[in-house]
Ligand binder design. Structure first.
Ligand code: 4GY
Length: 254
């Protein structure tokens, strides 16, 4: 996958892109990230990229010309998918991450200051928000999207690891994890995990995922993909059992 990041602050990406899974994916050639400085597409002598808002008010607005020129410069064809990072966009979810992981070319546009000129929205395919808060620029949101999508690309995670088993993959939170030692400061690892009974372990993990989701994110439970067994377990633990829903692409997060 190729990803062009359009930003006024390409230096911000140095750390996160060079380490761990994203760094390895780039080394392996799974991910090709290109940092594009929007300022390089300003045409005036002072390379100005912002201006005061029409109608008055505080702050500066990113001018449309450099952004249009930058997007046009990186567009390779109909496969190019342009995304503006913006709190006014659609919520970014694990489901959207899987959909974006299918694309061969993403362009992530990072705004700054008070925002981008409204006309920029006409050249973007979608706007994504990573949450209901306002950051100083779209750089951190772009890194969030890049990180979440990168680990879903084939070969990005290690050998046995499967992103399909993560939190949110069936609309539930993850189950608890333990590693050695079996007893740490008098806290013991649940017996079943030491038993080697794979089916029992699977059932325990599923029950704990359901319990956690009920206790921490009951809002997720209503939309999760649940089996008849799941419903029985929820009832046993005293949780409200969501009504069975018609099988749908929309159930759960994915
Ligand atoms: N939250 N999700 C976000 C953001 C910064 C508008 C220019 C967010 O995606 N992007 O906070 N982006 C933008 C906000 C003005 C800076």
């Amino acid at each position: 996958m190729r990803v062009d990041v359009l930003t006024l602050f390409p230096e911000m990406f140095a750390g996160p892109l060079d380490h761990s899974i994203v760094g390895r994916a780039r080394q392996r050639g799974i991910l090709d990230v290109r940092l594009v400085n929007i300022r390089d597409f300003a045409t005036d002598k002072h390379r100005i990229v912002d201006d005061t808002p029409y109608g008055g008010g505080p702050g500066m607005v990113l001018k449309p010309e450099p952004l249009f020129a930058a997007v046009e410069a990186v567009r390779t064809g109909p496969e190019t998918h342009v995304i503006l990072m913006d709190p006014q966009g659609e919520p970014f979810t694990q489901k959207r991450a899987w959909e974006l992981a299918e694309k061969s070319h993403l362009v992530l546009v990072c705004g700054h200051y008070e925002g981008v000129d409204e006309r920029v929205r006409t050249i973007v395919d979608e706007e994504l928000s990573i949450g209901d808060y306002v950051l100083t620029g779209g750089e951190l949101p772009a890194m969030v999207v890049l990180d979440a999508v990168c680990r879903l690309l084939p070969g990005a995670l290690g050998e046995a690891a499967s992103a399909r088993q993560d939190s949110f993959e069936d609309g539930l939170l993850d189950h608890p994890h333990y590693t050695r030692p079996a007893v740490f400061r008098s806290m013991a690892v649940p017996e079943v995990l030491l038993s080697g009974h794979h089916e029992e372990i699977r059932r325990w993990r599923r029950r704990e995922a359901l319990r956690r989701t009920w206790l921490r994110r009951p809002d997720l439970l209503a939309r999760a993909r649940l089996t008849e067994e799941d419903r029985r377990w929820l009832a046993e633990m005293g949780a409200p059992v969501p009504p069975a829903q018609a099988a749908s692409e929309d159930a759960g997060e994915v």
